[in-house]
Design a binder for this molecule. Structure first.
Ligand code: CTP
Length: 436
């Protein structure tokens, strides 16, 4: 079926079913319909595009299990600022974020629930420099679909007239979705925005898709133009971060290997330690519960690179790289001796080193892995029941010594020679007598 706009294919869909997919409860549904009514009243076209449409079609084909949709991308061909102002009546909302790209992240409060919605202005993008952020201009839905990364993301489902309940497909994205192909929109796609390479890798791995021939061709042009080398460290790190934070540890080995095989790291100016990928993924999984996302991200980046100088490409400061070089030197010496060290000596070493560095060393030096993980998961969590205040009451002088005594108590508990608070007090009384 062909629509009124040249090249645009338009397919009817089961609109009620789509709304059920997008809006999980009555309040959310009511809200969507209210948005639809407002767009209709204002004579502006409101539609879903990108991930939501792609995932709905995949879900209908049984290629994607039902997923919790945390946020939705709604695009308006019109004046978004005015639209959101007019939405005020009766709807409590908070604008969380307004970007330079004419988008608003809004939290709406609907009775007992709240929803995060990304409102986007239909836009055209003009890329003026290789790997630079584009200039953005409000435009129509077709330009908005034609500015995107892959054909499978260049699909829209209309929420308001003139395309209410219709699937809009200007580039045969539906066909590529059915053939499970990741196809960029044009040959210069990755020159304009090299982050799309990482996005494409995420989609192939996450959805179990393949790269279309056009993906490899666009990649080749990107390499020729050295566009990946020009991608800023911040944007590069952000893409690598999404591997871990958005896709997760289970997909990480495949994501890293695919990135490596395509020559992406090399062309981005990073030498990676490919032989460390398996142990890196294993360690990241092991520390998932123990570490904050920020800490895990640092372990990931530190474990990924082959040399310290690669860290600067990933945004690490010169000062930090120097600090790491010194530590690395000390740790190298420790590796051969680790098995021979007493528990106290190991604790003395590990207590001195930041947890994220320690974990990265466990990736770089496999002989440290077990000891470091045991330290992080067990040793570092064991605490004496007595604290500094208790020690002062028992007659210890405030100061550095108290810290040392607490460490000693922890060691005794780890060794199992002290088992409870009573035994801690007993031990300290004897200690005071001996050291008087
Ligand atoms: N997009 C793009 N080029 C980029 C980033 C985003 O064309 N460099 C477009 C894509 O059409 C994408 C949409 O913006 O579908 C929204 O981006 P994002 O939320 O990052 O991706 P989703 O498609 O929602 O996919 P995911 O499931 O990973 O969230």
């Amino acid at each position: 079926m062909t629509g009124t706009t040249p090249g645009l294919k338009v397919y009817p869909i089961d609109f009620a079913d789509f709304i059920d997919f997008v809006a999980k409860d009555r309040e959310a549904k009511k809200f969507l319909l209210r948005l639809r009514d407002l767009a209709q009243k204002r004579g502006e076209f409101l539609y879903f595009a990108g991930g939501m449409v792609r995932d709905y079609l995949l879900f209908k084909k049984g290629r994607l299990s039902f997923k919790e949709i945390k946020d939705s991308d709604l695009v308006l061909e019109g004046n978004l600022e005015e639209f959101l102002q007019e939405l005020n009546g009766g709807i409590k909302k908070e604008i969380l974020f307004k970007s330079q790209f004419l988008t608003y992240k809004v939290r709406v409060f609907l009775g007992k629930i709240s929803l995060e919605v990304d409102f986007i202005t239909a836009r055209k993008e003009v890329y003026e420099g290789i790997a630079q952020l584009p200039k953005v201009f409000p435009s129509n839905f077709l330009d908005d679909l034609l500015r995107r990364d892959f054909t499978i993301n260049s699909l829209a489902i209309g929420l308001s007239p003139p395309y209410e309940g219709l699937l809009l497909d200007p580039l045969d994205g539906k066909k590529d979705l059915e053939s499970a192909l990741i196809k960029p929109l044009h040959l210069y796609s990755f020159v304009e925005d090299p982050t799309r390479i990482f996005r494409g890798i995420r989609y192939t791995v996450r959805l179990d898709f393949s790269f279309a021939e056009e993906f490899y061709q666009a990649l080749e042009v990107c390499y020729q133009k050295e566009a990946l080398k020009r991608l800023s460290s911040t944007r590069l790190v952000n893409e690598l971060r999404l591997y871990l934070l958005k896709e997760g540890e289970d997909l990480l080995p495949d994501l890293l290997e695919t990135t490596y095989q395509l020559g992406v790291f090399e062309n981005a100016g990073i030498e990676v330690a490919r032989e460390n990928f398996p142990v890196l993924c294993e360690v990241l999984k092991e520390i998932k519960e123990e570490f904050s996302p920020k800490e895990r991200e640092r372990v990931y980046l530190l474990g990924l690179v082959a040399t310290l100088s690669d860290l600067e490409r990933l945004g690490f400061s010169e000062v930090e790289v120097k600090r790491l070089a010194n530590l690395l030197h000390d740790i190298k010496g420790l590796c051969n001796r680790i098995k021979k060290l007493s528990l106290k000596e190991k604790l003395d070493w590990f207590d001195k080193i930041r947890r994220d560095y320690l974990c990265a060393f466990a990736v770089i030096f496999p002989e440290l892995k077990e000891e470091v993980l045991r330290y992080l998961k067990i040793y570092s969590k064991v605490r004496p029941e007595l604290n500094g205040e208790d020690l002062k009451k028992l007659g210890f002088k405030p100061g550095k010594d108290i810290g040392e005594i607490l460490k000693l108590l922890r060691l005794k508990r780890l060794e199992g020679t002290i088992k409870n608070k009573k035994e801690e007090i007993e031990f300290l009384k004897n200690f005071l007598v001996k050291n008087q």
